[in-house]
Design a protein around this ligand. Sequence first.
Ligand code: NAP
Ligand code: G4F
Length: 341
Amino acid sequence: MARRALITGITGQDGSYLAEHLLSEGYEVWGLVRGQANPRVPRVRRLLQDVRLVRGDLLDQGSLISAVEKVQPDEVYNLGAISFVPMSWEQAELTAEVTGMGVLRVLEAIRVCSGITASRGSSAGQIRFYQASSSEMFGQVRETPQTERTPFHPRSPYGVAKAYGHFLTQNYRESYGMFAVSGILFNHESPRRGAEFVTRKVSLGVARIKLGMAAELRLGNLEARRDWGFAGDFVRAMHMMLSAADPEDYVIGTGRTHSVRELVEAAFAAADLDWERHVVCDTSLHRPAEVDLLCADPKKARTQLGWEPTVSFEELVATMVETDLRLLADGGDPEQDSSWA
Ligand code: NAP
Ligand code: G4F
């Protein structure tokens, strides 16, 4: 019998890559979709034809219980979240509900459907659970690079909500003996990245300027540093974590850090453009509290899981720019068509 996976956040960047990866591993894949007429569902149906869909919302406990009952999954990947950090200041309560409390609701759905009532139940035959934790939890970092043991100091309501989900996952593992793990993932990008995140904003901006559709690109803090990797590499790590013998948390990142300025230089250079002629620094895009520096130490994932990233920062940026140049030149709409080629 094929193993069965349920993915929340199937309409997002990671949901798409994870679904493709699990399908290629022979899984039966189900995606949780919310809303009466979610505009991203037709794209999922078109591009991930072998994925089955089930309705549910991270805000609705009953819907999650029904979804788990219907799908009877072996593995649940909780990727659903409000994931855009600036939005978490504008809608802090909603972020807490979806990104934080949503984790509790998924864990409870698994616990109830598995009939786990006593503390420290047996882990035999249990549904395995993956939580999408984030390097945003490190926030104002206490040490560099960051490991599984680095303390958290989140700098946004999003980071705080993720820290809640992270500790809750650990707590369900310790309280109920559940196979529940968190991947502390650093920034990962692709041509499928939402247009609001800085890498895609830059690759789309470069493509528009190159094609004469825009003259400038407005950006916020160019000095922030991130450890940027390729999303396709990172979803493999999620699957490896749920396939491991023991439930443990892992840091997943490349171990290399670059500033937003370096990202901009690389992206404009990939299209033979001089970034200083086009980029406008806009302080209204600065955040109330910034995460200045993120850099992973992925040693545990390398040694225990055998996980390695395969795409360099330079390759990633060049691919994103090339793909957006093709998309816009062909008249595509980045919000609708995205670059799922
Ligand atoms: P994304 O593209 O923003 O996707 C977020 C997903 O969450 C979408 O499918 C969205 O569905 C879903 N969602 C939002 N509200 C929901 C609700 N109330 N109920 C059910 N689903 C809901 O995010 P991503 O980049 O793929 O990231 C996946 C996960 O990893 C997120 O939890 C993110 O916080 C975390 N993470 C990402 C990174 C990264 O660099 N990408 C790094 C660390 C952690 P709709 O289409 O219905 O809105
Ligand atoms: O691309 P970003 O919006 O990603 P951020 O805030 O690092 O969050 C992403 O990665 C997290 C993992 O560390 C995830 F958990 C989270 O869900 C999300 O996927 O911004 C990156 C950096 C920031 O320092 C920001 O201040 O780029 C800087 N930046 C400068 N100008 C900008 C802009 N970010 C955006 N989005 N737009 C700008 O114009």
